[in-house]
Design a binder for this molecule. Structure first.
Ligand SMILES: [Zn+2]
Length: 124
């Protein structure tokens, strides 16, 4: 989830109605419904709280003045079962909250990858 601190306007698309429909999340790349939640980041500069399959950790940003955002940013990270990474990003600013999708094609898993199971935050 390294894209948390990127400028949203450069790399995002609005959430098309085909991503959130029928109360389920669909992959913005391949449209399949098998999307695993792999991380949650809550950025309250200078603190960043991350939840992954490895647990919860809180880190501090090295340079909080350089952030492009001024309010809390909540990032829900997903990996579809075809290997596409994407985030659903909620950004609060001046009383409003925007919601966009951020794709990460550079992190996509290749087909026939050794990664057989997405690192879902938790499953029983
Ligand atoms: Zn996909």
């Amino acid at each position: 989830m390294s894209a948390t601190h990127e400028t949203l306007a450069d790399t995002t698309i609005s959430i098309p109605s085909n991503i959130l429909r029928d109360y389920e999340v669909y992959c913005p790349e391949c449209s399949q419904e098998c999307c695993h939640p792999i991380g949650v980041n809550v950025d309250t500069a200078p603190a960043l709280t991350s939840v992954t399959d490895c647990g919860t950790r809180v880190t501090q940003h090295h340079n909080p003045e350089s952030f492009p955002h001024r309010g809390v940013r909540v990032v829900l990270a997903f990996l579809c079962e075809d290997g596409h990474f994407f985030d659903i990003v909620f950004q609060f600013h001046k009383g409003s909250t925007s919601c966009v999708v951020l794709r990460h094609p550079e992190r996509d898993l290749k087909h026939n990858s050794d990664e057989s199971c997405p690192p879902t935050i938790w499953r029983d």
